[in-house]
Write a protein that binds this ligand. Structure first.
Ligand SMILES: *[C@@H]1O[C@H](CO)[C@@H](O)[C@H](O)[C@H]1NC(C)=O
Length: 311
């Protein structure tokens, strides 16, 4: 089936590119902050555990909307919200992603959340946000909820690989998965970032820490970019992307738009905080479009069970 594209958006890829660069830069800054915070200091005996680093990171993300403001709402119709909307177009009354080919394809390793767990989460997200964001929200595909763990190649630092090298990478990841037990996890909180991304932020109840899994993947994939897109402690799934102002803002209530956003996030947290899931698949994914897993683009996924035998 031919894919219909928004040629206007494609002919002007610069704003979309800027958004990607800003996102990458944000995560790089968070990454650097975390590196500083986690540097073990034997003189003071002070160092943060991965759980503490994660909590601190989530605290910072929770404050981001107030500290930086809702960048996705600022400057009326013509700024970042418009740039962000370059990633999307409204077609036949539905928000539709504008896909851009990744060359070379991005090679991502993600932990996959099965629909048994993702569907109830997605349902809660839609129930809370759908009524107020008509055609200005993109919901993550509920059968593709995933935790981005480690990139063998990403769009900031592309690492080209032959078919043979890709097979070798996939086999190395498969070997990592074989020695990891399924993770029991719990939703710590939902946060809304200043760029309008609704994130589920998770903690591990039992199983390997995500930071340790990232270390193992790095060892297994020595050619991978030294700088990864995410803080090594973070353990998150994207739930939705807000693309503009609420369309159904209850003006009779004497609250600001920002307060209203906080209220929606709080409501979602009341429904979802503490939600538990078991993660039992590690995927090695070739993404042929930028953000393909997030935007229903073209992917080739190799799926590996976390198949350690529990002792
Ligand atoms: C969501 O992803 C599944 C694959 O897991 C795909 O079959 C389905 O078409 C996607 N949904 C949308 C709306 O693109």
């Amino acid at each position: 089936m031919p894919r219909v594209r928004n040629w206007q958006a494609i002919s002007n890829p610069v704003p979309a590119l800027i958004i990607w660069l800003i996102s990458a830069l944000t995560f790089y800054i968070l990454f650097q902050m975390a590196l500083r915070n986690s540097t073990p200091s034997s003189s003071t005996g002070w160092s943060l555990s991965n759980v503490e680093r994660r909590t601190k990171l989530y605290d910072e993300l929770s404050r981001e909307l107030d500290v930086k403001g809702a960048a996705f709402l600022k400057n009326g119709e013509t700024s970042q919200s418009l740039s962000l909307s370059d990633l999307f177009t409204v077609k036949n009354g539905a928000v539709t992603p504008v896909l851009r080919a990744a060359n070379p394809p991005v090679r991502a390793n993600v932990l996959y959340m099965s629909p048994q767990y993702s569907l109830p989460v997605a349902e809660a997200v839609q129930k809370v946000f759908m009524p107020y964001f008509d055609k200005v929200i993109w919901f993550q595909n509920s059968t593709l909820y995933h935790f981005s763990m480690f990139h063998a190649s990403h769009h900031i630092t592309p690492v080209t690989a032959s078919e043979v090298e890709i097979e070798a990478e996939a086999n190395a990841v498969k070997a990592v998965a074989k020695d990891v037990c399924p993770l029991k996890i719990s939703l710590d909180r939902v946060v809304l970032t200043s760029t309008g991304v609704l994130l589920g932020c998770w903690q591990v109840i039992s199983g390997l820490d995500p930071a340790v899994l990232r270390d193992r993947l790095r060892s297994a994939l020595p050619q991978a970019p030294a700088i990864q897109l995410y803080d090594s402690a973070i353990f998150h799934t994207s739930l939705a992307r807000l693309l503009g102002h609420p369309t159904n803002f209850p003006k009779e209530q004497k609250i600001s738009e920002l307060q209203f956003l906080h209220e929606l996030v709080n409501e979602l947290n009341r429904k979802l905080r503490g939600f538990q899931a078991t993660i039992s698949e590690l995927w090695y994914v070739e993404e042929y479009d930028l953000l393909a897993l997030a935007l229903n683009g073209r992917v080739k996924a190799r799926k590996f069970q976390l198949s350690c035998s529990k002792t």
